[in-house]
Design a protein around this ligand. Structure first.
Ligand SMILES: N[C@@H](CCC(=O)N[C@@H](CS)C(=O)NCC(=O)O)C(=O)O
Length: 207
């Protein structure tokens, strides 16, 4: 059995959120190396692109959250084996990364600049992606994004939409997902109710 170590900020979600969840759901042992934002300058000195997350597989350190999530998704049995279903899974994950990039572009802004940038996202790009995600869900059976079962696409959607609805992003209304894409909101609630996932968040709330 390989030794796995996932290195990322000590936050819920973010770019390692789905990988952490997949490892937990798949009951795969790993070292969950979490660090504070104040430690990032030091941590990034030992990451290949000065970025996180990274995954160590024994002595091999790899970057790129999508690749990491897919890898652990395969280990956990949460990634489709069928090529078309894998494509549908990847398509959703990459669209969610588009959203991440748009939101990340507003980090560091303050005051009116932040407000205007976030309101512009809420007025256009975010609803566009939310509606598209809802359509994907609908056209793939309504319950899951791919393969008619839980995959890492569902975990990525859950982690990212939970963050979008958390109130931690100033000027992004907590009810945006529900208002724009109610079926996507219902999906988020369903995934939150899966026993292993509910247990993961209950444990995190205590720590
Ligand atoms: N494409 C990379 C992007 C990783 C990334 O931007 N991570 C952020 C933290 S969530 C970071 O390390 N930013 C610092 C930087 O890019 O210099 C991935 O998906 O892993």
């Amino acid at each position: 059995m390989d030794n796995l170590k996932l290195t990322y900020f000590d936050i819920q979600g973010g770019r390692a959120g789905a990988a952490r969840l997949a490892l937990h759901v798949g009951r795969i042992a790993f070292e969950d190396r979490r660090f504070a934002f104040s430690e990032f300058a030091e941590v990034r000195k030992s990451t290949p692109l000065s970025q996180v997350p990274t995954l160590h597989i024994n002595d091999l350190q790899v970057t790129q959250s999508g690749a990491i999530t897919r890898y652990v998704g395969k280990l956990a049995g949460l990634y489709p084996e069928n090529a078309l279903q894998a494509l549908l899974c990847d398509e959703v994950m990459d669209a969610l990364e588009d959203v991440n990039i748009k939101i990340a572009a507003t980090f560091g802004l303050t005051g009116d600049e932040l407000k205007n940038a976030r309101l512009a996202l809420v007025a256009g790009p975010l609803p566009k992606y939310l509606r598209w995600l809802e359509q994907q869900l609908d056209s793939h059976g309504g319950e899951y994004f791919a393969d008619n079962r839980l995959t890492i696409a569902d975990l990525c959607a859950f982690v990212n939409l939970r963050a979008l609805s958390s109130g931690n992003l100033d000027h992004v209304p907590t009810g945006l997902v529900e208002a724009v894409a109610p079926k996507l909101n219902a999906h988020m609630q369903r995934i939150a109710g899966i026993a292993a996932i509910a247990q993961y968040y209950a444990k995190a709330a205590l720590s």
